[in-house]
Design a protein around this ligand. Structure first.
Ligand SMILES: [Zn+2]
Length: 372
């Protein structure tokens, strides 16, 4: 378990068992599926101006004289190339700041997620991809209020929950949802979301506060009553914090008063205490929080005893996977199997799965990492 895991190929990391507790559904779509969904919405009718090359590749323009069989292979190849270019284009929107990252969700993702069949498909595909990437458990978060339709009244919050839950059906791994209130919203919305999380508690494990910490910093007062309501109903809490801003005395007092033990990102400053921090390494580099992986404090936090977990935040805008995150941590900081086992056990302990699921997962991790 002390073996140096530097320079291992990605296939090694993909096979390794992993648990994740911080990934946004609306940041983790397959680029190929997005183009498929956009082609039904209409490339021309969207508010985005799609690069002509991507549209032409997706539509399989050119080589019209080929035989049916060869034409099919040409279109398949052409669409894969379109998906790669689209992935690059989407991710270029998200670079340099958290606000750019959030704007990219609005432009590229949300119009597709107003459709409830798309929403189910997106959730199902995300779980399929996570399993292929070696996840043995995952918590997926989302803001149901963003999927109620272009005017906000086409789908009810219940419709959104049902479509999302339909995507969990048949999952070979344990999955829990996290409901996110957003920093630019208000107490009325948060209260509705708290009720929603409680109503669907079989599937929802936690309640979160997400979106722009840069614009709306701190533990927002209007979110606190909803958070307390969810906690009183037996669900867990987490909050995006200390991603772009330094910890303050007020933050610490509020987290202690509400009893919040999980912090999304949570990497800034040195005031994590015994809290679990949901580290999203590549996301922080992409949004410009740290210039390079080596500058990121994940390793120094871990070595000083902070309860660190490794997560993607999302796979789309950052073009990452959890396997890639592990590879980057190993290559940059020289983590061993014992280190990766430790952060997975922390992730399971901090998850909202039942005690018996947690026990099974921890046993599975110990078996899996002992072999290294
Ligand atoms: Zn996040």
């Amino acid at each position: 378990m002390t073996m140096n895991l530097k320079n291992k190929p990605l296939s090694f990391w993909r096979r390794l068992a992993k648990a994740q507790i911080h990934e946004h559904i609306d940041c983790s779509l397959r680029p190929y599926s997005m183009l498929d969904m956009w082609s039904k919405v209409g490339f021309e009718t969207s508010k985005l101006t799609f690069p002509a090359e991507i549209v032409a590749l997706w539509q399989g323009q050119g080589k019209e004289n080929l035989s049916a069989e060869k034409r099919g292979a040409f279109i398949a190849h052409s669409r894969r190339k379109a998906a790669q270019l689209y992935s690059d284009w989407v991710s270029s929107y998200a670079k340099e700041s958290l606000n750019n990252y959030l704007a990219a969700i609005g432009f590229h993702v949300l119009p597709l997620m107003h459709d409830m069949d798309n929403l189910t498909r997106i959730v199902r595909e995300r779980i399929e991809d996570a399993v292929k990437d070696g996840h043995i458990a995952i918590e997926l978060r989302f803001a149901p209020q963003l999927h109620t339709g272009p005017t906000g009244s086409e789908n009810s919050l219940d419709d959104v929950m049902k479509a999302t839950i339909a995507g969990l059906k048949g999952s070979p791994i344990p999955v829990k949802l996290i409901v996110c209130a957003l920093r630019h919203e208000n107490g009325e919305v948060a209260d509705k979301l708290a009720d929603l999380a409680i109503k669907y508690h079989r599937y929802v494990g936690k309640f979160d506060l997400a979106a722009s910490e840069t614009t709306f910093p701190g533990v927002l007062q209007w979110w606190i009553p909803a958070a307390r309501k969810v906690k009183a109903a037996g669900l867990d809490l987490t909050i995006h914090l200390w991603e772009t801003n330094e910890p303050t005395d007020e933050d610490i007092l509020e987290l202690d008063a509400i009893g919040i033990k999980n912090v999304g990102h949570g990497v800034r400053g040195l005031r994590q205490g015994g809290r679990v921090i949901e580290v999203c390494l590549t996301s922080n580099v992409v949004t410009g929080q740290y210039a390079t992986y080596a500058d990121h404090p994940v390793d120094s936090h871990y070595r000083s005893g902070v309860r660190v977990t490794l997560n993607t935040d999302g796979t789309l805008f950052t073009q990452t996977t959890l396997s890639l995150e592990y590879q980057r941590v190993a290559d940059t900081f020289g983590w061993t199997a014992a280190d990766f086992l430790a952060v997975n056990i922390i992730a399971v302990e901090a998850s909202s799965f039942s005690a018996s699921v947690k026990r099974k997962l921890i046993a599975q991790f110990k078996r899996s990492y002992k072999a290294l």
